[in-house]
Design a protein around this ligand. Structure first.
Ligand SMILES: Nc1ncnc2c1ncn2[C@@H]1O[C@H](COP(=O)(O)OP(=O)(O)OP(=O)(O)O)[C@@H](O)[C@H]1O
Length: 253
């Protein structure tokens, strides 16, 4: 793959002595929309954090546009898992979105009227304009997720990492978020999403990366989204039953 936008070589990561990711090498094509799937504890969030310099690499190397993360980070947006964010932080929705512009504004400067207008437009795009001045702690989970998406949008990055943006949101929010991801994709942005719902992988993503501590398979969804890869990733605990993937709980433990 000559024109990859992300290149991960031999990445491994651990928490103290516990190695959770090993032997991870893959490349991402520009303009692709990739689902990262795998069971709980597979290391999906850790992979994102390690790639984004939020968790140390034990071994390996990650480059973006041929550059190390620190040189490329202005072109990269990240939507963390909702549960990992301190929502009691006293700030309103518009401020959260405006923070997405700090790379452009500079941390020590005040946002101008223009910046706040851009932030408001992004909130509007996510159907959240009526909540601009609402404290983030007083928003529902789905509304918080929309605010985070709006923050990523104003950033105008080339590459986005999103950790379970669809977890626990209602159907309308899921549609709004997916429409936004598709739009980003259509204008050439590259998006990586930790995703937990196997039913929708085929519909939503053109690429999939099966992860369970290491890469089980990575490629085009229509080529590698197979029962075999799913079974291998989920330890044989995922079965296709009546057209639906179901988690088969082992009773032997
Ligand atoms: N801060 C931490 N300290 C110690 N161990 C951690 C920490 N965060 C994650 N782990 C461990 O690392 C492994 C991978 O966790 P990670 O959160 O990356 O998995 P995941 O695939 O994102 O899981 P989930 O689908 O449940 O969110 C798990 O065994 C987890 O217990």
């Amino acid at each position: 793959m000559g024109n990859s936008i992300i290149k991960v070589e031999d990445l491994s990561a651990s928490y103290r002595k516990n190695t959770v990711l090993e032997d991870i090498s893959f490349e991402v094509e520009p303009g692709s929309l990739t689902a990262i799937v795998g069971p709980n504890g597979a290391g999906k969030s850790t992979l994102m954090k390690t790639m984004l310099d939020l968790h140390p690499l034990l071994t390996g190397n990650v480059t973006y546009f041929g550059l190390p993360f620190q040189k490329a980070k202005k072109r990269i947006g990240y939507v963390p898992q909702r549960g990992s964010v301190d929502w009691d932080f006293p700030t309103d929705a518009l401020d959260v979105v405006t923070m997405g512009l700090y790379g452009k504004i500079g941390w020590l400067k005040r946002p101008s009227k223009k910046h706040r207008e851009l932030a408001f437009e992004a909130l509007k795009k996510m159907g959240m304009e009526d909540y601009a001045n609402r404290q983030i702690s007083q928003l529902s989970g789905g509304q918080q997720q929309r605010v985070f998406l709006a923050r990523a949008l104003v950033q105008q990055a080339d590459l986005y990492f999103m950790d379970e943006p669809l977890a626990g949101v209602d159907a309308a929010t899921e549609r709004a978020i997916m429409a936004t991801l598709k739009e980003l994709n259509e204008i050439g942005k590259t998006v990586l999403v930790v995703h937990h719902d196997l039913q929708t992988v085929m519909d939503y993503f053109d690429h999939v990366l099966f992860l369970n501590r290491t890469i089980i398979s990575h490629g085009k969804t229509n080529e590698i989204f197979t029962k075999e890869n799913i079974a291998q990733t989920y330890g044989g605990n995922m079965r296709l039953i009546g057209g639906e993937f179901q988690h088969v709980v082992s009773t032997s433990e």
